[in-house]
Design a protein around this ligand. Structure first.
Ligand SMILES: [Zn+2]
Length: 382
């Protein structure tokens, strides 16, 4: 089947084109240009000046609308993959909590089951957050299940479903060799829940570390005589940083600082959303612990932040508004950087030959209007 999206403002890394149309054939983008230059097409969507951007890739989401990646069922992953379409997310990595080996395996089985019939957002695999964290920096992860890095456990998990990212504290015993082993398996190592020094970061980078998980949160802070991991994220030209752009995990001034010091090519917006996302305030159990949600902010009883209720489109809108970075630059941070880093070929740009994973956004609010996966309309605002 073919489809024409007419008269959109097309924003993709490095381009921002007014009144442009996108001709889709099958699951790919065939051509881009003025509607008059493209084939007459019976199936059309009139974008009426709305913005079309590459579908968002959320590489860090624990859940939404009452379901969790830890539920371990096809139904839960399907519900999450459906819920995320409303945020413009066309690809996601269900993200595990620090839990028992059995619970992690169950989660990976749920992901594998959905991947057999992925009708909503694509799920290229899992983000395993922990359990290999620094027990002093667990945040809302359950300290009971923290353990030392264990590549054999990762091998057992990836026998069930692809593991794309492992979030690990590189100062733990055996962690540098663990990072090296992840690299040989083409798994991204992401530094998380850590008290590592800048020197330990450099060792880990040498071994293959490429990401920082939820930048600045549960991470060695910047000190003027020891720049820590926050300093590493600001200074290092190669490392990519996950950003929870909700104005809570990073206050608005920190978002501005991040936008000022880290180029968009190194930023990856994430939601870190939990099952409470999209739900009314209340209580839930996450990773075996009670989470209280008040005014959309998730905390353990201890007060530690416990993920977010952030929507991906809001993350973009908040970061755009707070930093003033033009969309054509910032949009690299919503899918292109993630696709490149995870080697998801053919995703993250609006260009001929690429998959037609697209989201049409309201030009004023940046809220999604229509989401397409592989040229198929999978969600539309009522
Ligand atoms: Zn975390």
């Amino acid at each position: 089947m073919s489809l024409l999206i007419r008269d959109a403002r097309v924003v993709s890394p490095g381009i921002d084109l007014p009144l442009t149309s996108i001709w889709i054939q099958g699951d790919r983008i065939a051509r881009i240009g003025p509607a008059t230059d493209l084939p007459q097409e019976p199936h059309q969507i009139d974008a009426a000046g709305h913005i079309v951007v590459p579908g968002f890739i959320d590489i860090h989401t624990h859940g939404a609308l009452g379901v969790s990646a830890m539920d371990g069922t096809e139904e839960a992953i399907r519900a999450l993959a459906a819920a995320k379409l409303r945020e413009g997310v066309t690809q996601l990595l269900p993200t595990t909590w620090t839990e028992t080996p059995e619970a992690l395996q169950r989660a990976l089985r749920g992901i594998a089951a959905y991947r057999e019939n992925p009708v909503f957002a694509r799920v290229p695999g899992a983000h395993v957050e922990g359990p290999y964290l620094n027990p002093k920096c667990v945040g809302a992860q359950n300290p009971k299940f923290v353990r030392l890095p264990d590549i054999a456990e990762i091998d057992r998990l990836r026998a069930l479903a692809p593991v794309r990212i492992v979030s690990v504290a590189v100062e733990m015993a055996g962690a540098i060799e663990f990072v090296r082993q992840l690299r040989t398996r083409d798994i991204v190592a992401s530094l998380a829940h850590t008290a590592a020094t800048y020197e330990e970061f450099l060792d880990a980078k040498q071994a293959g570390l490429t990401h920082l998980t939820h930048f600045s949160n549960q991470m060695t802070p910047l000190h003027h005589r020891a720049i820590g991991i926050v300093g590493a994220g600001l200074l290092d030209d190669d490392v990519l940083v996950e950003v929870i752009s909700d104005g809570i995990h990073l206050c608005p001034e920190m978002l501005r600082l991040v936008g000022k010091l880290i180029p968009p090519e190194r930023l990856m917006l994430i939601t870190d959303s939990i099952s409470a996302s999209g739900q009314p305030d209340g209580e839930s159990i996450e990773g075996g612990q009670r989470v209280l949600v008040r005014d959309g902010i998730c905390r353990l009883e201890s007060g530690n932040l416990a993920g977010s209720t952030l929507r991906f489109d809001r993350a973009l809108a908040i970061f755009h508004k707070t930093t003033g970075i033009p969309l054509a630059k910032l949009i690299a941070a919503t899918s292109w950087n993630q696709a490149k880093s995870l080697k998801l070929e053919g995703f993250g740009k609006i260009t001929p030959g690429y998959y037609a994973d697209l989201v049409i956004l309201n030009a004023e609010t940046l809220a999604p209007v229509t989401t397409l996966v592989g040229g198929r309309v999978v969600w539309t605002l009522d």
